[in-house]
Design a protein around this ligand. Structure first.
Ligand code: AMP
Length: 375
């Protein structure tokens, strides 16, 4: 099939790398001429360019997207001409933190307390409802920790809101989580679902740094709870494709933080660490093929390369390491690659992850290639 992809970043690249062996071709729509480094056909245009959308629709059998800030109107325009998976509804829900959290509530998926902020009056009411400390987040266009401020006291909320440009926001209770987890799940066009084991994630400055999969020390009931949340979302949204649900673990229970309607950074380990990678399963799902098993193969650790990368030979010298460079120029704060280590025992996995983190630290600030903008 010919698959159209809105966005041409590393997620699109890895989708194509998974989709070619299954016999598919890809056409990407991305305004950056250097996107994808020549992989697939590339329409150099913005996603709100109607002529480019029409051309894309005429060249493909279906369309998917690899970043969630695709204008929902573009997805809707395309959906009048070709199937779009996941549906524009999933995109709309995930683009607005208020809709997203309200939808979680409706489905019985617990979240931190939250309240909308769009005026001085709602600001005061939100502080009252949510309490302190809290996190003020813009409802739209936030990612990798951007568009949010942690507030310790009620007196700071007004200035935090001004600092966010007075945009419509959500005030959320600050969660003192034991750890961050994510749940990747996939639903096919026939309604079949598959859920990957929970992943443990560590962020720094709002950007994912490291994932461990399957997450250690996950009791069966916690995994069951996550699986049930993911299945509820997949079914409710009549979702087709891979979805990632970001979660906080607190006191042995889960709170949902956000939903990504796409393949996700915390699922990169599945390329080597699962029977079927998230990228292959997304392609299988959207093309109507049977889903592959999400079962893990041994133990994995994934470390992001942000802003630059150490000598590839040294990376590959780390036991169990698999290197993925995205073909992007090094730039501060930019995700330029990742390394997955796959091992059979936790001690070996942890040694390799620690060795990689040391290697990466050696080449960060002061090193040859470093980082400002996350993409
Ligand atoms: P988000 O953009 O919502 O994914 O937030 C980025 C990161 O900020 C999360 O991965 C957490 O590390 C942190 N964070 C977000 N919301 C909260 C919260 N309500 N309480 C504590 N930390 C949070």
């Amino acid at each position: 099939m010919n698959i159209g992809v809105l966005g041409g970043g590393q997620l699109g690249r890895m989708l194509a790398l998974a989709g070619y062996p299954l016999g598919h071709e890809f056409v990407f729509l991305d305004p950056a001429p250097e996107a994808l480094c020549g992989l697939g056909s590339h329409l150099v245009a913005r996603p709100d360019d109607d002529a480019a959308l029409a051309e894309l629709a005429s060249r493909v059998d279906l369309v998917t997207y690899e970043f969630e800030n695709v204008p929902a109107a573009a997805a809707r325009t395309l959906a009048e001409r070709v199937p779009v998976y996941p549906s524009p509804v999933a995109l709309e829900v995930s683009q607005d933190r208020l809709h997203e959290k309200t939808r979680f509530q409706t489905l019985g998926i617990p979240t931190a307390p939250f309240a909308p902020v769009h005026s001085r009056e709602t600001l005061a009411a939100a502080v009252e409802a949510v309490g302190m400390p809290a996190v003020l987040k813009t409802r739209r266009l936030g990612y990798d920790g951007k568009g949010q401020r942690v507030v310790q006291e009620a007196a700071e909320v007004a200035s935090a809101w001004e600092a966010l440009g007075g945009a419509p926001c959500l005030l959320e209770g600050f969660v003192r989580f034991a750890r961050e987890l994510s749940c990747l799940a996939v639903r096919g066009r026939d309604g079949a679902c598959a859920v990957y084991p929970l992943v443990e994630n560590r962020h720094q400055a709002g950007i994912l740094r490291r994932s461990i999969a399957p997450a250690p020390a996950v009791p069966a009931d916690l995994q069951r709870e996550a699986t049930s949340f993911a299945n509820r979302l997949l079914e409710h949204l009549e979702y087709v494709g891979v979805l990632a649900l970001e979660l906080f673990e607190v006191g042995g229970r889960l709170l949902a933080n956000e939903l990504a309607p796409r393949v996700h950074n915390s699922g990169h380990w599945t390329i080597e660490g699962a029977e079927t990678s998230q990228f292959e399963n997304h392609v299988r799902a959207i093309t109507g093929a049977p889903l592959g098993s999400p079962a893990p193969l041994g133990l994995s650790g994934m470390v992001n390369l942000i802003g630059g990368w150490p000598d590839p030979v040294r990376i590959l010298d780390t036991p169990g390491a698999h290197l993925h460079l995205y073909g992007k120029a090094p730039r501060p704060g930019r995700k330029v690659g990742h390394v997955t280590v796959r091992c059979d025992d936790p001690a070996a996995r942890d040694r390799s992850v620690a060795a990689l983190e040391r290697l990466i630290a050696e080449c960060s600030p002061g090193g040859a290639r470093t980082e400002a903008r996350a993409t």
